[in-house]
Design a protein around this ligand. Structure first.
Ligand SMILES: C[S@@+](CC[C@H](N)C(=O)[O-])C[C@H]1O[C@@H](n2cnc3c(N)ncnc32)[C@H](O)[C@@H]1O
Length: 386
């Protein structure tokens, strides 16, 4: 496909997304009905679509065509070469499409919804604008090296044999940043043999914030696909358990654990009721994902105030349930991939206010940057232990 034809395809897909079709669904649907497109075409079109979604507001919030014109203009492309009606390229620009963009107020320029801007500012203070601007950019792909299988340097060498360039991330001993060919990872020998797993560097960092003693019983509560459980299993000589209120979300854990050579015991809601208490409970609560909006930009635009309130309720319930599963001398970790205080500090403070037997051991927040997504983690323990 020509560059212009790729732009035309992105316009078609964006118009679908703007009617409410989820981005992944629109991309997959287009790929299925466009067998002529090769993998490089699909990747380039996907990049166009996601670049627009990250910056939909600052690009003018028009239809697919006006958004793509604004993106190509912002990124310094030759509009006449892309929009010329030749072959499958979109038609040439009309006179009114050649107008210079109008200056924007701060929330619009930062691609943050107006309703969210006050909470965004309150949460991030003088970093509010900078963090929002980071979310307009593409995030790197990160790998977690299974140090039981290989050193980080050996894993990087193995990836290089499959033409994947990956470099260490400073401050996170297990993390590699993929610098070339990220789409080949799942076919690479290093991945197939369980030397590496896809996981953001900030999630890996969070695992290191929770001290786990040898032999400890560790529960990944809110386990989803088990990314945290697997990271605990690789990092510590401990008994690892996984639970999610939605059992189907844990379906991939056995295969992932087998690939990593890790043991993770899955606990259904019934099994959890009969289980002994745990030395560590990691509550990776459902959240807005506001620290990961580079990867899921349409989630930013779909989020509503009601959603945030509803998530707050779920977060409170999940934290209280996780606390009830933690043994008296144990550690309770509350984590989200959100940067909003409402989902982090406010939830922890409400929990402590409600149950005076808990105290904070440590609390840290990573903001999204070149080294990973945004992430919040608070480790608590009962006062009874001191
Ligand atoms: C942020 S995701 C977990 C991501 C996962 N830990 C990972 O690393 O891929 C939150 C998960 O919490 C689950 N969940 C929500 N409320 C829950 C509750 N009260 N108890 C257990 N799981 C819950 C959801 O089904 C969802 O899979």
């Amino acid at each position: 496909m020509t560059p212009g034809a790729r732009v035309a395809a992105a316009i078609t897909i964006l118009d679908q997304i703007l009617t409410g079709v989820p981005a992944e669904q629109a991309l997959t649907g287009w790929a299925r009905s466009s067998r002529f497109a090769g993998s490089k075409d699909r990747a380039a079109i996907r990049d166009h679509v996601f670049d627009v979604l990250r910056a939909k507001r600052s690009l003018g919030e028009g239809d697919g065509r006006s958004l793509m014109i604004a993106l190509m203009r912002r990124d310094g492309h030759d509009l006449a070469a892309l929009f010329n009606g030749v072959g499958h390229a979109p038609p040439a620009l009309a006179d009114d499409e050649c107008d210079a963009p109008v200056p924007l107020d701060t929330p619009a320029a930062c691609d943050v919804p107006d309703w969210l801007w006050p909470a965004w500012q309150a949460s991030l203070g003088d970093k509010a604008k900078a963090v929002a601007l980071v979310q307009q950019t593409r995030a790197s792909v990160f790998l977690r090296v299974n140090l039981n299988r290989a050193s980080r340097a050996d894993a990087a060498r193995l990836l290089a044999a499959d033409d994947i360039d990956a470099a260490p991330v400073a401050g996170v001993d297990t993390a590699l940043r993929v610098r070339s060919n990220p789409r080949r990872i799942k076919l690479s020998q290093a991945y197939v043999d369980g030397f590496v797993e896809l996981q953001d560097a900030s999630s890996q960092w969070a695992i290191g914030r929770v001290p786990v003693k040898p032999g400890a019983r560790v529960l990944d509560y809110c386990a989803g696909g088990g990314g945290k459980a697997l990271a605990f299993a690789d990092a510590y000589d401990a008994q690892i358990f996984a639970h999610d209120i939605n059992a189907r979300r844990m379906a991939d854990i056995p295969a992932r654990a087998a690939r990593a050579g890790a043991k993770v015991e899955i606990l259904t809601t019934d099994a959890l009721q009969d289980a002994d208490h745990f030395d560590v409970v990691f509550c990776d609560a459902p959240c807005s994902g506001s620290g990961t909006w580079r990867r899921t930009p349409d989630a930013k635009w779909r989020l509503t105030e009601d959603d945030l309130d509803h998530l707050g309720q779920m977060q409170k319930e999940a934290l209280a349930a996780a606390a009830a599963l933690t043994c008296t001398s144990g550690l309770l970790a509350y984590a989200t991939c959100s940067v909003l205080c409402k989902e982090n500090e406010d939830i922890v403070n409400a929990f402590i206010d409600n149950d005076g037997s808990w105290k904070i051991v440590s609390q840290e927040k990573r903001l999204p940057d070149a080294d990973g997504d945004g992430f919040f983690i608070c480790v608590l323990q009962t006062k009874k232990t001191t």
